[in-house]
Write a protein that binds this ligand. Structure first.
Ligand code: SF4
Length: 420
């Protein structure tokens, strides 16, 4: 396909947009190079289990991010029932007064209230609104939307088609979990668990193991495919468009979004770091430069549930699903997060490790620094042989690095002991 040049307002340097499910994840996303973060307040936000930010926490979060030059978009993306509208205008004014950089909205009713109440705030259309064609994008733009996060089910050519039709910024998901339905159009979780995906409370039953049971033979399960353990009939691999970022930029993407407000702090940090390094690499070398092999090696260390480019070229096939329930388990496990910078950093351990072990520091950029743990001390100065999870510890390491606050350490998993 021949791609037309993007409109004049298109930025050649896309924004890297990261999830910030709570204060810790916000700090790690900022540390590893996000240009912007998206987060939820205590009200009107999907991802009910993401932690989210109370009204009291939001000012500090905004001050922290803005102090680092990072933009903050707040999700107000529930599909509102009538009762949800009570207090909405006050909440939007509260967000405006905090100087948030944009509102993420899916519901036309909330959009209408936002346009009336806080017209100065940019409105970003959530992927939940399922924009799948240029006319739909133009419709939302006419409603005052300044950025569109289209449905994840679009091809590269369709993204380019949106670009030709609207001036609004385009924000594209590049990494993270995907639904087997259009986002927001799934009642599987509500039906099976009572947890409503459209209120941000999805229990992800599309990842469950399914078996077939005949009505008159309760408890007798029939396998419905070749895996003896059962069938993961809906289980999609995760999205990963790392290698396709230049094409997305050329197609007109203004912002590249990482999914995962409910994902772990380590996931957020390592994925942001990887995409930051890739964007910086292409920013320096040009979009035609091939990505060096260390990027693939780093992606493998992050692990995940397998990787798919989803709909970017064509509709996903069987290779984009985890029908066997295989989860790509990384060989690496989180070890610690730096709480106080310095050559002998104060860290909070996340998993056990021992004196003498080698752990790896994830420096900004894609530089991994292996360090041998020479000594572990608790806060009273007592020497320890082992770091236990959640304890605050001073580490002496054989590598005299500049370990920065919010930096992460990880450790290679030990091979399982062989039976004698
Ligand atoms: S059950 Fe799966 S497909 Fe449905 S909303 Fe949840 S994650 Fe998406």
């Amino acid at each position: 396909m021949t791609m037309l040049p993007p409109p004049a307002n298109h930025s050649p340097r896309p924004e890297l947009l990261a999830p910030a499910g709570n204060r810790e994840k916000l700090a790690v996303a900022v540390h590893y190079g996000a240009d912007a973060v998206y987060l939820g307040g205590s009200r009107y936000s999907l991802r009910a289990h993401a932690g989210n930010f109370s009204d009291a926490e939001l000012p500090e979060a905004l001050a922290f991010a803005h102090g680092a030059g990072v933009r903050v978009y707040v999700a107000v993306n529930i599909f509102a029932h009538q009762g949800d509208l009570t207090g909405l205008a006050d909440y939007l004014c509260f967000l405006r007064d905090l100087k948030v950089d944009g509102l993420i909205i899916a519901d036309p009713g909330i959009l209408a209230v936002a346009r009336r109440t806080v017209p100065e705030l940019p409105i970003h259309l959530s992927t939940q609104a399922n924009v799948t064609n240029p006319e739909s994008a133009a419709f939302w733009e006419a409603q005052g939307v300044s950025r569109i996060n289209p449905a994840r089910e679009l091809s590269l050519a369709e993204i380019a088609g949106l670009r030709q039709r609207v001036q609004a910024e385009l924000e594209i998901f590049v990494h993270g979990a995907v639904c087997i339905s259009y986002s927001g159009r799934c009642f599987l979780s509500l039906y099976l668990t009572g947890r409503d995906a459209n209120q941000g409370d999805c229990a992800h039953p599309c990842r469950y193991l399914y078996r077939l049971e005949e009505e008159k033979r309760p408890g007798r399960f029939f396998p419905i495919e070749e895996d003896r353990r059962g069938s993961y009939i809906f289980n999609a691999k995760d999205l990963c468009l790392l290698n396709r970022l230049p094409e997305l930029v050329r197609a007109g993407a203004d912002a590249l979004k990482i999914e995962g407000r409910m994902k772990s702090l380590f996931y957020v940090g390592t994925v942001v770091r990887l995409y930051r390094a890739a964007l910086d690499f292409w920013g320096e070398r040009g979009l035609d430069a091939p990505l060096p092999p260390e990027f693939a090696a780093e992606l493998a260390k992050i692990g995940g549930r397998g990787q798919s480019e989803n709909f970017l070229d064509t509709s996903p096939g069987t290779e984009d699903m985890l029908y066997h329930g295989i989860v790509a388990n990384p060989d690496w496990t989180p070890a610690a997060i730096v709480r106080q910078a310095g050559p002998a950093p104060l860290v909070e351990a996340r998993n056990p490790f021992q004196r003498g072990d080698t752990i790896e520091y994830l420096d900004q950029g894609l530089r991994n620094i292996p360090c041998r743990v020479l000594a572990i001390h608790d806060q009273q100065g007592v020497a320890l042989e082992r770091a236990n999870p959640n304890s605050l510890l001073r580490l002496t390491l054989d590598h005299p690095g500049a370990y920065r606050c919010h930096g992460l350490f990880r450790q290679q998993k030990r091979p399982p002991a062989t039976k004698k």
